[in-house]
Design a protein around this ligand. Structure first.
Ligand code: SF4
Length: 475
């Protein structure tokens, strides 16, 4: 088991000019707990580790790698791509998939519970109604009764998507868990050791991965397949199947999306409404957008999709790949290789910045999806690794600062249209990268770091709270 370096916590606290009491106050825990962490008698929980990383402006791996360096071990790596591409129901990976996963795990861990109360905080409380978080939680806990409380007043939280699950037996509390929904459908229980799940990939920087691939003459998907092991390709086939099926259902679907905004489903109209003298380029735009709308509308309808990297941004990657398959007859095998390439880019963003709109704004969701789609298209076109990196970098760079302001907390406006626009941007990014790659100035690692810092500076009202932007002006 990998350990947190106690000295690192102490050093960062002192650098920040905080006493143990002040840090304890900020985290809502006792100063004895801080003292124990710094003496190495106990370790911060997953949610406290996330809170520390946000407070000290460092990555979680910073605490872990310091510990490993002390022992002369390799630096912290990345999780499996299976944790990135999740199959589930929309509309939100952090607000529906994550809480669903948390409640399922809680009920499995506590089979004696016959009544549950769930308290939602932060972004989960502010936009949970629109996302349908309460409905998903109650469905997961059923047949047992479940009360969902939206606590919008509490601000002292380890993460913007925090929830407490309280399990009762005949009216008496018998179990309790604090869980954070960290984005992309992943959750961390407070008493969980996050370090245990983070070591499928040894490398966690694109520069290291690229160096490895070049040294071993591997493409990115080959590198990932080598690391992931048995069953991985079969899982990715399943993911591609879910993506194709969401497109097919979305293109056939009509009517109005749930939630009360009266947003019409438009994928079918985009597919059918051909321009009278349509150019090849206009047709490409229309078709790619139709596919992106199809997946995003299925997501907004609570249907099955695959996160790429989240539910809200799930339409970008499949739209770009499906168009290529239809138009240029790429095989499923080639598409899956492209998907895996996209997964590496998404995983780097998830590990070194964020894929959560509540944490870093929409740049982390749509910006990441666009970078994933650009790298996937680069792989389909068999571009070399430097061009793939540049395409992904361009895609992120021009989404930096993008805010998250969904109207009424529904993953509809601006989310659905934004998927289509990002799909087109991904195609443009690949085109630019193919021509200009030798004059580039910014690496993928640097733009990911920039995304993280930009996300930290974006006002909280623009991070999936529906308190500003379109959500405030329009309704
Ligand atoms: S605005 Fe972007 S980040 Fe926010 S819910 Fe919509 S897709 Fe997700």
């Amino acid at each position: 088991m990998q350990k947190i370096n106690p000295q690192r916590i102490r050093d960062l606290r002192i650098k920040q000019g905080l006493s143990q009491q002040e840090l304890a106050h900020q985290l809502g825990i006792s100063d004895r707990a801080i003292s124990k962490w710094e003496l190495g008698y106990s370790q911060p929980s997953a949610s406290h580790l996330i809170a520390l990383s946000r407070l000290f402006c460092v990555g979680i791996e910073d605490f872990l790698s310091a510990a490993q360096a002390e022992k002369g071990e390799e630096s912290q790596g990345m999780q499996s791509l299976v944790e990135l591409f999740k199959i589930g129901r929309g509309p939100s990976s952090s607000h529906t998939m994550g809480p669903e996963r948390a409640c399922k795990t809680f009920m499995e861990q506590h089979p004696d519970v016959n009544e549950v109360e769930v308290v939602l905080y932060g972004s989960l409380a502010k936009t949970g109604k629109g996302h349908g978080t309460d409905r998903v939680i109650q469905k997961t806990i059923a047949p047992f009764p479940c009360q969902v409380v939206f606590n919008v007043m509490e601000t002292d939280l380890p993460h913007p998507n925090t929830m407490d699950i309280i399990g009762k037996r005949d009216g008496t509390e018998i179990a309790r868990a604090r869980v954070v929904s960290v984005g992309g459908g992943s959750v961390c229980f407070e008493d969980e050791n996050v370090a245990q799940t983070l070591d499928i990939y040894k490398e966690h920087k694109f520069s290291d991965i690229a160096a490895y691939c070049k040294a071993h003459s591997l493409r990115l998907w080959e590198y990932a397949t080598e690391r992931e092991g048995a069953g991985f390709l079969a899982y990715m086939e399943k993911v591609w199947g879910v993506m194709k099926s969401a497109i097919a259902r979305g293109l056939a679907d009509e009517g109005v999306l749930p939630g009360g905004l009266s947003v019409k489903k438009k994928a079918k109209a985009l597919l059918q409404n051909q321009h009278i003298d349509e150019s090849v380029q206009t047709r490409e735009n229309r078709m790619v957008c139709a596919f992106a709308f199809a997946v995003s509308e299925q997501n907004a309808s609570g249907e099955q999709i695959a996160t790429a990297p989240t539910c809200g941004s799930a339409g970008v990657l499949p739209a770009v790949l499906y168009y290529q398959q239809q138009q240029n007859k790429y095989s499923d095998k080639q598409i899956i290789q492209a998907l895996i390439t996209a997964g590496i880019v998404g995983n780097l963003i998830k590990t070194n910045a964020s894929i959560s709109g509540a944490e870093c704004g929409c740049q982390a969701e749509i910006g990441s999806a666009c970078a994933m789609a650009a790298s996937a298209l680069g792989e389909l076109f068999l571009l070399d690794i430097d061009k793939i990196e540049y395409a992904a970098e361009i895609a992120i760079e021009h989404h930096l600062g993008l805010t998250c302001d969904p109207i009424c907390g529904l993953v509809q406006i601006p989310c659905i249209e934004r998927n289509a626009v990002a799909a087109m941007r991904a195609i443009n990014a690949v085109s630019l990268a193919s021509f200009l790659w030798d004059s580039r100035k910014i690496s993928l690692d640097k733009v990911i770091k920039t995304m993280k810092e930009t996300g930290r500076d974006i006002s909280v009202s623009y991070k999936e709270t529906s308190e500003a932007g379109l959500a405030k002006i329009v309704f």
